[in-house]
Design a protein around this ligand. Structure first.
Ligand code: BEZ
Ligand code: FE
Length: 282
């Protein structure tokens, strides 16, 4: 295995990984090496471009901390996050479709009673959100755990502000005995994803805009059902067809009518995917 050249090196590298005991790891490493080498040959990668790529990935890692995940953001703008969701969440027709999780979820959100105002002082026009949590056959799902989170009218999530303990426009609620939920919040507005890092540089260099159409995040959990991570988008948003992270699905777009008093309403039913029950052998 000497004097390897651009045509023989790929086989030699694959051969070196041949004894990988975990079959899935072996499949992933083999495919990665094959595609990475094909990519370099395809674009005829120069020394300088290789170094620039290394520096870009280094800067992406250096931008990450407990609150900022620049690699996920990179995956999002490259469409890899939505591709992975599409590959793994093929739900039966009628189930609510999933979309990107995003970097702004907080495990420790406050719990609220139905009807409460989760905005908790966040800036924006008031909005009343309601709907039902349902099974595929239309049965209500009581006591489902509903996590909601969103940006304020300036396009910022609470975690993006400097003050450590601001908790706004997010909360945890439970559907009632009839599967209904409702809460007060502020109306969702379009906002740009963070551009003060390597992902922003990539968008700038490729003349892509950073905007996400207005949306409200939901994560719904109920025993016996697959966790649903999704958003509800606003029908009238100008970025619906050019979401920076490719997350829009037609079925997730809802009407958010403006009321005479300047407040908004939004009604959306979520349909959860049942986890198949294992038939135990007698
Ligand atoms: C979000 O919707 O919160 C989000 C998703 C992907 C990247 C940035 C933000
Ligand atoms: Fe968001």
């Amino acid at each position: 295995m000497r004097n390897l050249n651009q045509d023989t090196i790929t086989e030699a590298v694959l051969e070196r990984f041949a004894a990988t005991p975990n079959p899935r790891l072996k499949e992933i490493v083999n495919s990665l090496v094959t595609h990475l080498h094909d990519f370099a040959r395809d674009v005829k990668l120069t020394d300088e471009e290789w170094m620039e790529g290394i520096q870009y990935l280094t800067a992406t890692g250096q931008k990450c901390d407990a609150k900022r995940q620049e690699f996920i953001l990179l995956s999002d703008v490259l469409g890899l996050s939505m591709l992975t969701i599409a590959l793994n969440h093929d739900k039966p027709a009628g189930c609510t479709e999933p979309t990107v999780f995003g970097p702004f979820f907080l495990e420790e959100a406050p719990h609220y009673e139905l009807g409460a105002d989760v905005a908790n002082g966040a800036k924006g026009d008031p909005c009343l959100v309601s709907g039902r949590i349902l099974s595929l056959t239309g049965e209500p799902i009581p006591n489902a755990l509903i996590n909601v989170w969103q940006a304020d009218e300036d396009g910022l999530y609470d975690v993006q502000y400097m003050d450590e303990d601001r908790i706004q426009a997010r909360g945890i609620l439970h559907s009632d005995a009839n599967g209904n939920y409702h809460f007060k919040t502020i109306v969702a507005e379009a906002y740009p994803i963070p551009v003060d890092g390597p992902v922003g540089e990539l968008l700038e260099a490729t003349k892509r805009h950073p905007w996400r159409p207005a949306h409200l995040h939901f994560m719904v959990d109920a025993p016996g059902y697959e966790r649903l991570i999704t958003h509800v988008f606003r029908e009238d948003d100008k970025y619906l067809d050019s979401d920076a992270v490719f997350g829009v699905r037609q079925t997730l777009i809802a009407d958010w009518p403006r009321q005479a008093d300047g407040s908004y309403t939004m009604n959306y039913d979520f349909v959860l995917n049942p986890i198949p029950t294992k038939v135990s052998k007698a």
